[in-house]
Design a protein around this ligand. Structure first.
Ligand code: SAM
Length: 229
């Protein structure tokens, strides 16, 4: 009788103790899943949001098909090295590689760089299309004879100075959607938001040194409105 009571008691106790334990385990699993999801979401979205928090906000806005065509037409019949500064999903670099350029992209967002690399593999141009996870202000573009930039007006003055001092005089620069503030373009191609401006380094490098002060305001007179594609 005493033994029976003891067994019944102990059975009941085991049940009581195990219930909170399994609840604890479930709580841990839910915390893990929610925590993991938050971390994963942060890891994916942060590189896309980060450019908006920088001093110069240069968000990911991909070039339109017409814009890519205008860039390639503007650089015809040139060849050699090409760089897309802030290469996004790699569309300009990959298109340039298909047209025979040894093309490179510099991009801050690692997800976009990995995406670009995969796309270059899939499209069979990985030997002539390279992508680097880099801050455009921290690399030199001295080795490139063709330079493409789809920037924002706030950065163009500073980028003029950088490219003037780094590029060889044989280089050509193509600006998409927003022109450089003081350089005089050789010609333009396309219209509206797909306009591209083509600059010859020979011309803008000859201005170097003549300018003592560079606080020229950006001329938006002929600048098309920035619009998401
Ligand atoms: C307007 S998008 C142009 C994308 C691409 N060139 C195209 O035409 O499709 C600008 C790109 O520059 C990248 N970017 C922003 N700040 C950068 C920086 N400091 N260094 C390198 N890339 C940057 C953004 O992540 C974005 O992908």
């Amino acid at each position: 009788m005493v033994q029976e009571e003891f067994l019944l008691d102990s059975g009941q106790n085991t049940e009581d103790v195990s219930r909170p334990k399994s609840r604890n385990r479930l709580g841990l699993v839910i915390t893990g899943v929610v925590g993991g999801t938050v971390v994963a979401l942060y890891a994916v979205t942060a590189p896309f949001v980060a450019p908006a928090l920088r001093k110069i906000c240069l968000p990911f806005v991909p070039a339109t098909t017409a814009q890519v065509e205008n860039v390639l037409n503007a650089l015809r019949p040139r060849a050699g090295t090409l760089v897309d500064i802030g290469s996004g999903d790699g569309r300009i670099v990959i298109a340039a590689a298909k047209h025979g350029f040894k093309a490179s992209g510099f991009e801050l967002n690692p997800w976009l760089v990995w995406y670009s690399r995969c796309k270059a593999w899939r499209e069979g141009v990985h030997h002539s299309a390279a992508f680097h996870i880099s801050d455009l202000w921290k690399v030199s573009f001295a080795q490139y004879s063709n330079v493409v930039i789809f920037g924002v007006p706030q950065m163009m003055n500073q980028l003029e100075l950088k490219l003037e001092s780094e590029l060889p005089s044989t280089a050509k620069v193509v600006a998409c959607r927003f022109p450089f503030p003081t350089w005089i373009p050789e010609h333009t191609a396309g219209e509206g938001i797909d306009t591209v401006w083509v600059y010859d380094a020979k011309n803008f490098k000859s201005q170097l040194g003549r300018r003592t002060k560079r606080n020229t305001p950006v001329d938006h007179k002929h600048t098309p409105e920035c619009k998401e594609d």
